[in-house]
Design a protein around this ligand. Structure first.
Ligand SMILES: [Zn+2]
Length: 200
């Protein structure tokens, strides 16, 4: 951020009076330009015992599979964002949303939130950001081709909870995982993942 979006003057980075960290500040008009994490909302769309996934047509992670999810827009609720993204990426309608995972990614300043949801009917198709959409049984999930660590964590927890017959809302955080190799290595050591699970 270089210029003030209010008056166009150059911004300086400094700690404003009464605050405890550096901000982008406009000395001309006095505006403090706060930067805060972005929220990504998505769904785990269920149809009978299968889950709807999308194969990404865009970077990052083009060609890999993901749950439908995306950046929350101004003026919408979390549930609206998750529902909208599912419609946009998979042309699929969902209802009965239930909060399931809340995953902080402080290294990229994001929070990912996934809802369990019911596919209203088994109609879906690739949206403009998807190459392919498909329903997967647990045994068919392409674990080595998932786009994001938050999707992997959410699906692992989902199938584990489903086998046990009850779902617990999980609030946790994930470390950086930048490539497919890194994602695979975290997967093999995920036995301790439950330590971070907070029951609500
Ligand atoms: Zn200004």
């Amino acid at each position: 951020m270089k210029f003030c979006s209010h008056c166009g003057a150059s911004l300086v980075v400094k700690i404003p009076p009464g605050e405890d960290r550096e901000r982008h500040v406009c000395d001309q008009c006095g505006t403090i330009h706060y930067q805060n994490p972005k929220i990504i909302a998505g769904c785990i769309p269920e149809w009978e015992d299968r889950i709807l996934l999308c194969r990404r047509a865009i970077e990052p992670r083009l060609g890999l599979w993901t749950l439908p999810a995306g950046f929350m827009e101004l003026g919408e609720t979390l549930e609206q964002a998750a529902t909208r993204e599912t419609l946009e990426e998979a042309c699929a309608e969902v209802d009965e949303l239930q909060l399931y995972t809340v995953l902080s990614l402080p290294h990229v300043d994001q929070v990912h939130v996934f809802f369990r949801s019911r596919l209203i009917r088994p109609d879906f198709a690739p949206g403009v950001e998807s190459l392919e959409t498909a329903l997967f049984h647990e045994s068919e999930i392409p674990w080595e081709e998932l786009a994001f660590s938050t999707v992997r964590k959410t699906l692992r927890d989902f199938f584990q909870d489903r086998r046990q017959g009850s779902f617990t809302v999980r609030v946790t955080h994930l470390p950086p995982a930048t490539g497919a190799a890194k994602i695979r290595s975290t997967d093999t050591s995920r036995s301790g993942a439950g330590r971070n699970v907070a029951k609500t």
